[in-house]
Write a protein that binds this ligand. Structure first.
Ligand code: SIN
Ligand code: CO
Length: 389
């Protein structure tokens, strides 16, 4: 695995501590997608600050995806938010709030520190709050996850078991048979990294809050289906089927003529997606914001925008995702072709999440116009270098 570490974009002291002093390249080679890693005191608890009330507030909003898992006398129950009220503390329950980084500046700032991994792979920051004894049961996830303990203690039991069959007829995925092999008590600041499909079970020992940095791993089915759906929207084929050399069997009118099958085979083989089609699809698909997220339009005159941006710099909105490949740049599901000169500032914006006032000097007139449009869409905001978010 190749890992290119660009010091300018990564918070090295954060990363050094997060990985227990291990160079990121070693982490990627030995652990990423392979084996679990437990690091005590991996984070400064000040990087994990969000109060219980802030989390409950988010869970009461219809813009935020939240779930409540309850276990009462061995019976699992799952309900979906928004929640105006949560159960009493003496019951076993866990509240799970998805995508907190899209709604909370501190959570967004924490996720920015994970820019040592491709943004195309990063999904969101989920935060759980559990009362003592609460948990979501023994299960596995299909993606890598960094479990960061923010408040209270949680006991994790994990297993490399290959039997991942699930209990039938439950509202959530619970392993039929869980055989724990290792156990860790995570305290505030501790990290447990788990690769995909690694069995685990977390039980709150105290009222506790756990942050999960989750990664995206589209299923092959979803990926290919989405590609063909999107690609077909741009297909513009001319002509109709014809029978230039009819060879029909008068006694078998119910049979599909072989010429029709060959004609379709020829058409499909000639019209194969090209690399450009796949690149455009991938960038637009990956950078598309989740459907429930909205952006607030903001209005500013172009000249005032340029003046302010050169003073304060520019940053992606916390709901925006910018990616690039070759001469294409993707922002929030849209693609843009850029010239070699335009690549530098846009790649910087995609890699860092912001441009300093100095880096904004690299924007030519056409990019300034484009940034003005993005700003008015609410996809970008002005920021000062001291507070990239
Ligand atoms: C939790 O935070 O309670 C669950 C996280 C997980 O198991 O992936
Ligand atoms: Co999990």
């Amino acid at each position: 695995m190749i890992y290119r570490h660009n010091n300018a974009m990564i918070d090295n002291s954060f990363l050094h501590r997060l990985l227990g002093g291990m160079p990121p390249a070693i982490f990627l080679k030995r652990y990423w997608q392979r084996r679990p890693l437990y690091i005590q005191n991996a984070l400064d608890p000040k990087d994990l600050q969000l109060t219980r009330d802030e989390l409950f507030d988010l869970a009461s909003s219809s813009e935020v995806e939240s779930r409540l898992v309850q276990n009462s006398r061995g019976r699992w129950q799952l309900s979906h938010g928004p929640f105006q009220q949560l159960p009493a503390a003496k019951k076993d329950w866990t509240l799970l709030v998805q995508g907190v980084n899209w709604h909370h500046d501190g959570a967004h700032a924490l996720l920015q520190k994970f820019r040592f991994l491709p943004q195309a792979r990063l999904d969101d920051l989920m935060i759980s709050y559990a009362v003592a004894g609460g948990g979501v049961g023994a299960h596995f996830d299909s993606y890598d996850v960094f479990l960061l303990q923010a408040q209270g203690r949680r006991r994790w039991r994990i297993s490399a078991q290959s039997d991942l069959s699930l209990k039938a007829d439950l509202p959530l995925k619970i392993l039929d048979c869980f055989t724990p092999e290792q156990e860790f008590i995570c305290e505030p600041g501790d990290l447990l990294y788990l690769p995909p499909r690694y069995a685990h079970e977390g039980v709150a020992l105290d009222p506790c809050m756990t942050f999960s940095v989750g990664f995206r791993a589209p299923s092959h089915q979803e990926w290919v289906t989405e590609f063909y759906l999107k690609w077909s929207e741009h297909l513009d084929l001319e002509g109709h089927y014809a029978d230039p050399k009819p060879d029909f069997h008068a006694d078998r009118p119910g049979e599909i003529p072989i010429q029709m099958l060959s004609a379709l085979t020829d058409l499909i083989q000639k019209k194969r997606p090209e690399k450009k089609d796949l690149t455009l699809f991938l960038g637009e698909y990956l950078s598309e914001p989740k459907p429930h997220l909205s952006f607030k339009a903001q209005s500013i005159r172009p000249d005032a925008f340029v003046r302010r941006l050169k003073r304060s710099g520019l940053a992606l909105n916390k709901r925006s995702l910018m990616l690039y490949h070759g001469s294409y740049v993707f922002l929030n599901g849209e693609s843009f072709m850029c010239s070699p000169l335009e690549r530098k500032p846009l790649h910087l914006l995609a890699n860092q999440g912001y441009l300093t006032p100095q880096q904004c000097q690299l924007l030519n007139n056409s990019l300034l116009e484009q940034c003005h449009v993005w700003f008015q869409n609410g996809w970008l905001h002005l920021h000062t270098k001291t507070s990239p978010c």
